[in-house]
Design a protein around this ligand. Structure first.
Ligand code: PMV
Length: 351
């Protein structure tokens, strides 16, 4: 028989949304109630590295190690990704019977993050993107990033955006089977080489309310949510794409901050209310507001996901002002990590 151990490795970067995904219209397929748009961070700073292997000599169920700890892969999300990838491999094997039957072998997946897991730092995004691409490489699928985004989306919605670098939209789509709910490149990182992101680790503790539970409660109870999904976000998606196309930082920043605030307002409007921001997060918001007021235009933008950590976007020419002010006023705080994520994918001296 075939005793070969087949293996493939890849990395996937974290992405941070500037127009947030919050709400599912189909919880099983992870179909969103609104489109979203994100910026992919540098792989040098925040990324998941994943190796997938399979062999006829492996026995037992598929396994996944994350940072050395065994993870439960029996959940519907992970199973959906495995099933979709095995299905594509099985098609290749049917078309070419001389190929080894990798689709029938147990999988061993080994992953590591170079940043705190589940601290609101979008670990599920890079995690599922890396998992899907590692297995796709192992199976020699040659699927496009868009095709893989449809699979990664079923693992974690935001993961579909981590298949691309730069500025990435996730179009919500309207098909019931999710075939048009896909990620798309809005612009490569090289389109706006001056863009920088500072990730402020306010707390590396595991987040309080998971995004899945939070979204479910918000959709079920928040009255503000409907206005966000139907009215606010569709307009902002178009404005954000224009701001990026024209490299209009003032518009990019103001849309980013207003969308983060709208998302956290919808969380507060949820019953029971969800609090992701803390006093340090609010201090970071006030600091950005001060920097921008002094500059007479937006030169910095804050955004927060499902946790208290801040991501601050700014342009390289304002690095001294923005990063310098943050260091001066908030640099004494525990868990402050200015080294992380200060450049975008494709800009940080690709090794
Ligand atoms: O991909 P999920 O299910 O972890 O949801 C991510 C939700 C936010 O990070 C808050 C927003 C986003 O678009 O990434």
């Amino acid at each position: 028989g075939d005793n070969t151990i087949y293996r493939a490795s890849t990395t996937a970067p974290v992405n941070i949304a500037v127009i947030k995904y919050w709400g599912k219209r189909d919880a099983k397929l992870n179909l969103p109630t609104n489109s979203s748009l994100s910026v992919t961070l540098s792989q040098d700073d925040l990324r998941t590295h994943t190796t997938a292997s399979c062999s006829s000599t492996f026995s037992g169920p598929d396994t996944l190690l994350l940072n050395g700890s065994p993870q439960d892969v029996s959940g519907a999300r992970t199973q959906a990704c495995f099933k979709a990838l095995r299905g594509l491999r099985a098609e290749l094997e049917t078309a070419n019977p001389s190929l080894p039957k990798l689709s029938t072998y147990p999988l061993r997946i080994v992953s590591s993050n170079n940043f705190p897991t589940a601290a609101g730092l979008a670990s599920s995004a890079s995690g599922f993107a890396a998992l899907v691409r590692a297995i796709a490489n192992l199976y020699e699928l040659h699927s496009s990033p868009t095709a893989l985004s449809q699979i990664a989306r079923q693992g974690s919605g935001s993961a579909c955006r981590s298949l691309f670098g730069g500025y990435v939209a996730w179009d919500q789509g309207s098909a019931a089977d999710g075939s048009d709910s896909l990620a798309r490149e809005v612009a490569p990182a090289s389109h706006w080489p001056e863009m920088r992101a500072l990730v402020l680790v306010v707390s590396a503790a595991k987040k309080g309310v998971s995004s899945t539970t939070g979204m479910q409660t918000t959709v079920a109870t928040s009255a503000l949510f409907r206005a966000r999904a139907e009215d606010v976000v569709p307009k902002r998606m178009a404005e954000m794409e224009r701001a990026i196309a024209e490299r209009d930082f003032d518009a990019f920043a103001r849309l980013t901050m207003r969308d983060s605030n709208n998302f956290h307002a919808v969380c507060l409007d949820t019953e029971p209310p969800i609090f992701y921001l803390n006093d340090v997060s609010r201090a970071a918001i006030r600091l950005v507001e001060c920097i921008n007021a002094a500059a007479g235009k937006a030169v910095a933008a804050y955004t927060f996901d499902a946790g208290p950590n801040a991501v601050i976007y700014f342009l390289e020419q304002n690095a001294g002002l923005v990063a310098g002010t943050f260091k001066t006023f908030l640099g004494h705080l525990d868990g402050w990590q200015t080294e992380l994520g200060n450049k975008l994918a494709g800009q940080a001296g690709v090794a």
